[in-house]
Ligand binder design. Sequence first.
Ligand code: GLN
Length: 308
Amino acid sequence: MICKGQLELDEMVKQAQKSTINGKVANYIPALAKAERDVLAVSIFDGADLCFVAGNSEERFTLQSTSKVLTLALALMDCGEDKVFKKVGMEPTGDPFNSISKLETQIPSKPLNPMINAGALAVSSLIKGRTVEEKVQYLLAFIHKLSGNNKITYNKEVAQSEYETADLNRALAYFLKQHHIIDGDVNELIDFYTKQCAIELTCNDLARIGYVLANEGRCADGQEVIPFEIARLVKTFMVTCGMYNASGEFAIKVGIPAKSGVSGCILGAVPNRLGIGIYGPSLDEKGNSVAGMKLLELLAEHYHLSIF
Ligand code: GLN
């Protein structure tokens, strides 16, 4: 069992940490640019204990794109598959997460999948609530259940600067509106989306969330928070699209359903075994945590965690 080998795990973390020099922290907003490049923290939850933690697993970071997994689960629970997949497809893309190009050439004209920004915006437009604040509170309540931590909220400074610099996301949203994939006010959708990206938590929280997905939608106490079928569907998207346009190589080298965010976090779910939360803000050119991916590769190899 993983908890037995703390020393060898510490060794893997040290080894993975060396790769932080090969990346850089996101700098499109000041709050993310402040992150320390060499940080690497990890937390692994097996349903009973946080059986392995390394680095500062209590350090807070924002979810960014990792939030797309959670809004997808919530939208599927509320609206059902037919309504969600009318707005967004199921195919991976070889393009960067914020690419606009395929929107115009893709037939039918809808975002390829819910893990790229265009698809995530379409999914976020389905979250219930009369106002942006109601939607945010509704999503937070879901995250509180998944993580068992009622204190999780969003970082206002990050949300504000995301909102002010989200013109590419606005462009994507206007395109979607023109093509009747979303309706309503674009700036309200961007307000909600940037707040969802700014939800702030720790590796320990992320590991517990990953565990629920790994455990077919049930928390460690057996309570079902996500129906089995939706947890399965979400994990499948994590495999095919979770690491953006690096998902293929990641599936081969690691083989764990995972989702990354530009803050440097990675949410991992090893089916029926473990939830993993990682924070390592040094990113490669595709926006994935370099040391985080390296660590997952080492863990997967050593403990045979690949699902393939
Ligand atoms: N806030 C970022 C954006 O929408 C999140 C992207 C990401 O984590 N890749 O551009």
